[in-house]
Design a protein around this ligand. Structure first.
Ligand code: KIV
Ligand code: ZN
Length: 512
């Protein structure tokens, strides 16, 4: 690979992505994603913000001890405690990076930090110097760089390079910039900063104006050689640059950009689904690269063209991004081998520990549903992969309802200690069985979150298709999302609500 054209892929799903409302993850979930990122072949994993909480510290440390291959990075403010915590969390690995940042725009200096420019310059220099005393690989970010006065930004970047930074990351923190302007900023910094040829310039964009990928590409064209991005573009507000979009833009328009990344694009789709099932954050159907419709051709004229030659309407092949759809249908006579072969063809791996429960789920579903499609198998695999340490599990559910009298539900749950708890809830309102099931679950678990959104969609085809319910709630000021899949939509609702309750419970325990 020509190193001048190599674009370093820095994944921040576990740090900036996790900061998005409702995307908080447990240690086990973060480890699963970190393993998937390694398989995807990202160059750097930003594993968290070690000083933010004991839970974040433990996650960074666990990723640093378990994942080898990519550089493991953690974020720190320019202060002694943050940098010490960062270095302690990264102790288990020799392939490490500390990423220090301080805000530099007038608005942030005045309203957030209450610091003078000289103080910020000093903080940047000393923060990098201290990080450098713990590790050679130090990245520096001037937060809100795109709204910072160019001369001051140049001074701060000079200070960071003088102190030993090896990567200079320029964030568009609030998603304000536009491609041409951002490209010029990179050209300005690269031509005006002393020793700019000794460091890698990096770009970090947010998607508030829907321009994060375009802005990142403009920065690369102007000399940046690292892109910070997240799976499915998850992140604060409108999110960050999407890893799958930026890497496929580089790959598909290779003749234009002449850049290369080390990403194994065939892992993009499975990784996207894993992140979506762990965070409960749905991938929109029309999302580029990994959305359900990304390779679907509905219009007759398009289908006609596609049948003649795929290149008429397709600029990438679904297989290039790991979508291995087939018309092969499994059913109740399909054995373990056929199941496992299909799982592999779909780009997923199941270790021995996960294979048995996944196959059991497959058999259970085959008893309820005649044809099992790829999307059903995908749902089973992801559910098995993400089912872990749930405090509450659904044992049994019965409901009855009538348009004149309302609904009633009996719910039986098992808690982590194996104790079965059940309740019967009668609702006199006409709101139906879902509300009665939710109330029954609240009564058993003791949690009473505020329901914000309830969505349902079909996972596969046919009258007996599985329904997937996604539930969003707010509990003590924080959003949580959960989803459940079953051929019975009331059961899907119950599973989704339980997932939400389990997330709340894990988060409470994490913070205690
Ligand atoms: O958006 C931002 O400015 C950041 C920095 C901490 C890099 O996430
Ligand atoms: Zn950010």
């Amino acid at each position: 690979m020509n190193q001048d054209n190599k674009v370093i892929i820095f994944d921040t799903t576990l740090r900036d992505g996790e900061q998005a409302p409702g995307c908080s993850m447990t240690l086990g979930e973060k480890l699963k994603i970190a393993h998937a990122l390694k398989e995807l072949n990202v160059d750097v994993i930003e594993a968290g913000f070690a000083a933010a909480s004991p839970g974040d510290f433990e996650s960074v440390k666990a990723i640093a001890s378990e994942i080898d291959g990519p550089t493991i990075c953690t974020l720190a403010r320019c202060n002694e405690r943050d940098i010490e915590q960062a270095s302690l969390a990264l102790e288990p690995t020799s392939n490490k990076r500390i990423h220090v940042f301080v805000a530099t725009s007038e608005i942030h200096l005045k309203h957030k930090l209450n610091m003078a420019k000289e103080e910020v310059l000093k903080a940047a220099f000393e923060g990098v110097k201290m990080a450098k005393s713990f590790c050679d690989d130090v990245e520096f970010s001037p937060e809100d760089a795109s709204r910072t006065d160019h001369d001051f930004l140049t001074e701060v970047v000079n200070a960071a390079i003088d102190a030993g930074a090896t990567t200079i990351n320029i964030p568009d923190t609030v998603g304000y910039t536009i491609p041409y302007e951002f490209g010029e900023l990179f050209q300005h910094l690269i031509s005006n900063c002393k020793n700019s040829d000794k460091v890698i310039f990096s770009v970090h964009c947010h998607d508030d104006l829907g321009l994060s990928v375009a802005n990142s590409l403009a920065a690369l064209e102007s000399g940046a050689r690292q892109v910070e991005c997240t799976i499915n573009g998850i992140g604060e507000r409108a999110g960050n640059t999407s890893l799958e979009e930026i890497t496929m833009a580089i790959k598909t328009r290779k003749e234009y950009f002449d850049f290369q990344t080390s990403i194994d694009s065939t892992k993009l789709y499975p990784t996207s689904r894993l992140v979506s099932s762990i965070t409960g954050m749905h991938v929109p159907r029309n999302k580029a690269i990994v959305g359900d419709n990304a390779f679907a051709h509905e219009a007759g004229i398009h289908q006609h063209g596609m049948l003649r030659h795929a290149s008429t309407y397709e600029i990438m092949k679904p297989q290039d991004v790991g979508i291995a759809r087939s018309n092969l249908v499994l059913g109740k006579h399909s054995g373990r081998h056929a199941f496992l072969d299909r799982v592999k063809e779909l780009g997923f791996e199941l270790d021995e520990g996960n294979l048995n429960p996944a196959f059991k789920e497959f058999k259970k579903l085959a008893d309820r549903k005649k044809d099992i499609f790829d999307s059903d198998i995908e749902a089973i695999v992801l559910n098995t992969k993400t089912a872990n340490m749930s405090t509450w599990e659904l044992v049994d559910l019965e409901t009855s309802s009538g348009s004149s009298w309302g609904a009633q539900a009996s719910v039986k749950l098992k808690n982590i200690n194996g104790t079965i708890k059940d309740t019967k809830e009668s609702i006199s309102s006409k709101n139906g069985p879902i509300e009665s099931v939710f109330k029954a679950i609240e009564n058993i678990t003791g949690y009473n979150p505020k329901l914000i959104n309830f969505e349902i969609h079909s996972v596969s085809m046919g009258d007996d298709a599985q329904g997937e319910v996604t539930v969003t709630v707010n509990y003590e000021g924080q959003d949580y999302r959960g989803h459940g899949i079953s051929t019975d939509i009331i059961e899907s609702g119950a599973l989704a609500y339980l997932e939400v309750i389990n997330r709340i419970d894990r988060n409470k325990n994490k913070n205690n």
